[in-house]
Unconditional design. Structure first.
Ligand code: S3P
Length: 729
C-alpha cells in the first residue's frame, strides 16, 4: 500500500501500527522520527525489527515517505506539525492516532490556518496499560474500533486510503464528526480514566500501606486497571478534552449524590432499580458490541418436581412495543403500566429516545412517554440497533418509511438473518425507498419520503408484524391502505390505534387505515403476556400434583391458541375473572395437572399460538400418543428455526420428535417421557425456557446452554419458575 511509512513517536501505539503494517505487508519501508532523549527507545524499536531506521531530523525521516503517522501525545501535535510543515508533501497521506480530535484540529489550524486535504484525523480505540515500544503488539487493533473524523476540506481519496489501511490492520471503521467523537470519548474513555485515577488517589492516600492493595483482588483491582495508564498521556488527553469532560463530572456527582441519598434514606427498592438498570444496560451493550465479553448463562434443571402457587408474569411484549411506538407519535403524555422491562421492548424504547422522544422509566413496570405527535420524530444520529427484536424491526420499517428523514435499522446475529422482504416488498409498492441486503436481511436502509401511497395488500402469510408494519406506514400514505390477512393474527395494533383515537376500519380479515387521523395520548395498562404464561400452563399440565394460578393474563382471542390446544390435549385450565382492561380482555388462568394426550393440532390455531410451539412440543413429548403439527412453516423463520432446533434438542433428550417441512410429529410417552442431557438455545429465548420446563418430566438433569437471551422477553423467568417449584439453577 505504501512505499515508506514514517511513524512519529514510536511508543505502544506507533510501534503496534508499525508491527501490524509490517505483518500485513502494507509498506516496503517503515521508519521513525523521534527526539535524541528517546534514543534508547528508538534503538530498541530497530533491534526488535519494529522499524527499519530512525532519525532525529525530520527532513530525512519524511523524505520520500508516502504516509506519515503521528502517534505522539496530543499535546505535542502542534510542535510536530510545525516541524513537518516545511517538508509537507501534497502527495502523501498524513494521519494521527490522537485520543482527542478537537485539539488535533486546533493544532493543525494553528500551524496551517486550514486543515490540509491530505491530513486525515484518526483514532484507534485500543490501548494497554503498558507503554513503550516493548509493549507493542501487531494485533493491538485487530477487531477493535477505529474512528476517522474527516473535516470539510478532507480529500475523499485520502479518507479512503486511511480506511483501507486500518481495515487491512483488522480494525472496524466508524466515521464521525470531530465534536461527536470528543463527546463520545469523554463519556466512554476519559471519564472512566479520571474515575479510576481518582479512586486510587482517594483510597491510596488513606491507607496505601495497609488494607487496600493487600486485598485488591476484588472489584478495586478490576475497576482501577486503567489507573495504571501513562499519566503524561492522560494529563494531555484530559486537558485537551476538558470542555466535554467537565459537564460529565457534574452529572456523575449528581448520580453519586442520588445513591448517597438512597442509602441514607434506606431506599432499597430504588437502589435495587438503579443497580438492575445498570446491569441490564451493560449486558445489552456487551451483547451488541462484544459478544465475547457478554455474560454467558447456562441453566441446569434437576429432574422432577411439581408447580404450585400464584404468580403474575411480566407484561405483554407485543403490546409493550406498540405502547412506545404509538405513545411517541401521540399528542400528549401517555402513561404505561405493566410495561415489559425486557430487552426486546427496551430496544423499541431506546429507538424512540434516539429519535428525540422523551421517555421516563421504566421504573418498576411504568413508563411515561412525552409524545411528539405524528410528525414530531427526529432523525436518529446513528443506526437504530434493535437487538433480537423482529417486532421492532418490522414495525419500525413501516413507520419510518413515511418520515421526513433517513434511517438505518440493525440487529443482532439472529435478527440479521431473519427475512425482511416480507415487509420491504409491500412497502416498496407503497412507494417507500427501502433497501435490505441482497438476501433480504437487515441492515435495512430507509430513505424517508412523503410520497407513500396506500395499497390493497393480501398478505401471503399470516403475520401480525407485516400487517402492523403496513398499517403504520398507512398512517403516512396518500389514500387508503387496506390489508387482508389469510388467517386471524394478533390485533393489538388495531386495538391500540383505536385506544389512541386513531381510526382503523376492521371488517373480518380486512383492516383499513388512512393518514387523516391523529393520535391522542392515553393510559395503557399492559396485561401479562400469555406467551410467557404459556411456559407455566404447560409446566403445571405436565408435572403431577401441580396447581398454578397466573394472574391478569391477556386473553385476546388472537392469542389464546395455547389454551385451546392444551385443552384439546386434555389440559385442565380454567379462565377466571374475565374482564376488559384498556380495550383488551384479561383473566386469571388456573391450571392443574392432567395427563395429556396427543392430538393433530388444528391448523387454524397455528397463528393464534405461534410463539408457543416450542413449549407445546415439550407438552407433546409428555402426552399419551402422537401429536402432529402441520401448517407452521413460519416457525422456521423465528428467532431461530424452531422446528429444527426443538427437534434436535428433543432427540438429544431421547424424545421421538421428527421434524417436517411445516411442523413436527412427536410420539409422546407417559413414563420416562424425557431424558437428561445437554441442549442449546440457539439464540432463542423461548427454546431456552421450553427446555427448562422439560426438566419437570425428565429422568435426569438437563443443561441448557446460552440462556442469557431469556432477558429478551422474560428476565424474571428463573425467579418465578423456581418460586413455583422448578429446580432451576
Ligand atoms: C408479533 C407477531 C408474531 C410473533 C412475534 C410478535 C407481534 O410474529 O411471533 O413474537 O408483536 O406482532 P409474526 O407476525 O411474524 O408471525
Amino acid at each position: 500500500m505504501f512505499k515508506k511509512i514514517c511513524i512519529i513517536g514510536v511508543g505502544l501505539i506507533g510501534g503496534s501500527i508499525a508491527k501490524a503494517a509490517r505483518e500485513k505487508g502494507l509498506a516496503q519501508n517503515i521508519v521513525a522520527f523521534g527526539r535524541q532523549q528517546g534514543v534508547d527507545n528508538l534503538r530498541r524499536a530497530k533491534q526488535l525489527g519494529v522499524i527499519d531506521e530512525y532519525y532525529f531530523d525530520i527532513k530525512s525521516a519524511v523524505k520520500d515517505a508516502d504516509c506519515v503517522i503521528i502517534t505522539t501525545p496530543v499535546g505535542a501535535m502542534e510542535s510536530i506539525l510545525r516541524q513537518l510543515k516545511p517538508f509537507w508533501n501534497e502527495q502523501a497521506l498524513y494521519t494521527d492516532a490522537g485520543s482527542t480530535k478537537g485539539s488535533v484540529i486546533d493544532a493543525v489550524n494553528a500551524v496551517f490556518d486550514y486543515v490540509p486535504a491530505n491530513f486525515i484525523p484518526a483514532h484507534p480505540i485500543a490501548g494497554a496499560e503498558k507503554s513503550g515500544v516493548e509493549a507493542a503488539k501487531a494485533d493491538l487493533f485487530r477487531g477493535k474500533r477505529l474512528i476517522i473524523t474527516p473535516v470539510d476540506s478532507s480529500c475523499s481519496q485520502a479518507v479512503d486510503k486511511t480506511i483501507k489501511f486500518w481495515q487491512a490492520i483488522g480494525s472496524n471503521i466508524s466515521i464521525m464528526d470531530v465534536e461527536h467523537h470528543d463527546a463520545v470519548l469523554a463519556a466512554t474513555s476519559h471519564l472512566p480514566h479520571i474515575l479510576a485515577f481518582s479512586l486510587v488517589n482517594m483510597l491510596g492516600k488513606k491507607d496505601e500501606q495497609e488494607e487496600i492493595f493487600k486485598y485488591a483482588a476484588g472489584g478495586f483491582k478490576d475497576f482501577t486497571r486503567i489507573a495504571s495508564s501513562d499519566p503524561t498521556m492522560w494529563l494531555d488527553i484530559c486537558m485537551a478534552n476538558k470542555k466535554q469532560i467537565i459537564p460529565l463530572i457534574q452529572q456523575l456527582k449528581t448520580e453519586l449524590s442520588g445513591i448517597e441519598q438512597m442509602l441514607t434514606g434506606d431506599e432499597s427498592q430504588q437502589l435495587f432499580q438503579t443497580f438492575t438498570y445498570a446491569r441490564q444496560a451493560r449486558q445489552r451493550f456487551l451483547n451488541q458490541f462484544d459478544k465475547n465479553m457478554s455474560q454467558s448463562i447456562t441453566f441446569k434443571v434437576q429432574p422432577g418436581g411439581s408447580m404450585r402457587g400464584k404468580i403474575r408474569v411480566p407484561g405483554d411484549k407485543s403490546m409493550s412495543h406498540r405502547s412506545i411506538m404509538l405513545g411517541s407519535l401521540a399528542e400528549g403524555t401517555t402513561h404505561v403500566t405493566g410495561f415489559l422491562n425486557a430487552d426486546d421492548a427496551l430496544a423499541t424504547l431506546q429507538a424512540f429516545r434516539a429519535m428525540g422522544v422523551k421517555i421516563e422509566g421504566p421504573e418498576n413496570d411504568e413508563v411515561i412517554i412525552h409524545g411528539v405527535g405524528k410528525h414530531g420524530l427526529k432523525a436518529p444520529k446513528d443506526p437504530l440497533y434493535l437487538g433480537n427484536s423482529g417486532t421492532s424491526m418490522r414495525l419500525l420499517s413501516g413507520l419510518l418509511a413515511g418520515q421526513n428523514f433517513d434511517s438505518v435499522l440493525t440487529g443482532d446475529e439472529s435478527l440479521s438473518s431473519r427475512p425482511m422482504k416480507r415487509v420491504t416488498a409491500p412497502l416498496l409498492s407503497m412507494g417507500a425507498q427501502i433497501k435490505t441486503q441482497d438476501d433480504g436481511t437487515a441492515p435495512i436502509y430507509i430513505t424517508g419520503t412523503s410520497e407513500l401511497k396506500g395499497i390493497n395488500y393480501h398478505m401471503p402469510m399470516a403475520s401480525a408484524q407485516v400487517k402492523s408494519c403496513l398499517l403504520l406506514a398507512g398512517m403516512y400514505a396518500d389514500g387508503e391502505t387496506i390489508v387482508t390477512e389469510p388467517a386471524p393474527t394478533r390485533d393489538h395494533t388495531e386495538r391500540m390505534l383505536n385506544g389512541f383515537s386513531y381510526p382503523v376500519k376492521r371488517d373480518g380479515a380486512v383492516a383499513t387505515i388512512n393518514s387523516k387521523g391523529k393520535l391522542t395520548a392515553c393510559n395503557i395498562d399492559v396485561p401479562s403476556d400469555i406467551s410467557s404464561a404459556a411456559f407455566f400452563l404447560v409446566a403445571a399440565s405436565i408435572a403431577a400434583d401441580s396447581d398454578v394460578t397466573l394472574k391478569h393474563v391477556g386473553i385476546n382471542p388472537t392469542r389464546t391458541g395455547i389454551i385451546d390446544i392444551l385443552r384439546l390435549m386434555g389440559a385442565n385450565i380454567e379462565v377466571l375473572n374475565e374482564r376488559i382492561v384498556g380495550g383488551e380482555p384479561v383473566a386469571d388462568l388456573h391450571v392443574v395437572y392432567s395427563q395429556l394426550k396427543g392430538i393433530d393440532i388444528p391448523e387454524a390455531l397455528v397463528p393464534l399460538a405461534i410463539d408457543e410451539f416450542p413449549v407445546l412440543f415439550v407438552a407433546a413429548a409428555c402426552a399419551e400418543g402422537q401429536t402432529r403439527l402441520t401448517g407452521a412453516k413460519e416457525l422456521r423463520v423465528k428467532e431461530c428455526d424452531r422446528i429444527q432446533v426443538m427437534a434436535d434438542g428433543l432427540q438429544q433428550l431421547g424424545v421421538d420428535a421428527q421434524p417436517t417441512e411445516d411442523g413436527m410429529v412427536i410420539q409422546g410417552k407417559t413414563m420416562d417421557s424425557i431424558g437428561g442431557g445437554e441442549v442449546y438455545s440457539h439464540d432463542d429465548h423461548r427454546i431456552a425456557m421450553s427446555f427448562s420446563i422439560a426438566g419437570l418430566r425428565a429422568t435426569a438433569a438437563i443443561t441448557i446452554h446460552d440462556c442469557e437471551n431469556v432477558n429478551t422477553s422474560f428476565p424474571e423467568f428463573r425467579e418465578l419458575a423456581t418460586k413455583l417449584g422448578l429446580n432451576l439453577t
